[in-house]
Design a protein around this ligand. Structure first.
Ligand SMILES: [Zn+2]
Length: 247
């Protein structure tokens, strides 16, 4: 099953993230792999960003084009998994974000993460609360990194004067190697970004969901969101050892 970006392109811009008109000091565009379309994005810290989604490294995308904007289901691929990381690992020394391969969901329903040393105590707290909420409602699990090569590095970024409406950043799906998820501090004028709903929103991106599958800013996951998550992270794909049960 493949989920493509066009739904995202037509989706309403996140209400809270777009509480003030989006600004972008530097825009760029690039062709999308395996398609005849191009996409415009904003350049933030050397990354290509669309709304709050990290598309990849701006430099790499300008050289190679945008990756296929799809997230493949790991549990459907594991019989014959794509070599998602091989091409990316070769380039990783110059770019933390891959650019030419499809993303996947997380193997055995388990997203591996590590807090960066710059992550504030509040970012850590709301991320952990959001993880607990998702775990309690779905078959997704979160595990702190030990030696895994593929993981989400979670940090806190200083709110950008040039893009004050940005509240978070995340890559969609598992892209191979270290990938980023950031919350901004102190946040825009309308309030803090370090909240559980915003943390959950960015985690949903990291799990492989675009905005069409995310109902933002609710106290917990909605029935529609749970259904979408269960489709891509079924109980059958869960590694029992990751669930904290014997075996
Ligand atoms: Zn978003």
């Amino acid at each position: 099953m493949r989920y493509f970006l066009p739904a995202l392109l037509g989706a309403a811009f996140d209400a809270a993230i777009a509480a003030t008109p989006p600004t972008c000091p530097q825009t760029a565009s690039a062709p999308i792999a395996n398609s005849e379309r191009s996409l415009s994005y904003c350049v933030v810290d050397g990354m290509a960003v669309l709304d709050d989604i990290i598309l990849g490294s701006h430099d790499t995308i300008q050289r190679q084009g945008l990756p296929p904007l799809e997230v493949l289901d790991w549990h459907l691929l594991r019989e014959n998994p794509p070599d998602i990381a091989a091409g990316q690992r070769a380039k990783r020394q110059t770019s933390a974000q891959p650019s030419t391969s499809s993303a996947t969901t997380w193997p055995r329903n388990t997203l591996v993460y590590a807090f960066d040393r710059l992550a504030t105590p509040m970012t850590r707290q709301v991320i952990l609360q959001a993880m607990q909420g998702i775990e309690s409602q779905t078959h997704v699990r979160f595990r702190e990194r030990t030696t895994e090569a593929d993981y989400v590095s979670i940090s806190t970024l200083q709110t950008k004067a040039e893009r004050p409406e940005l509240c978070g950043l995340a890559t969609v799906g598992r892209v191979g190697g270290r990938q980023r998820l950031d919350l901004f501090h102190p946040g825009p004028s309308w309030g803090s970004c370090e909240t559980t709903p915003i943390a959950r929103h960015e985690l949903q991106h990291a799990l492989g969901f675009y905005h069409n599958d995310i109902d933002s800013w609710k106290p917990g996951l909605t029935a529609r969101e749970i259904k979408a998550i269960n489709l891509r992270y079924p109980a059958s794909a869960l590694d029992p050892s990751a669930a904290g049960t014997p075996g």
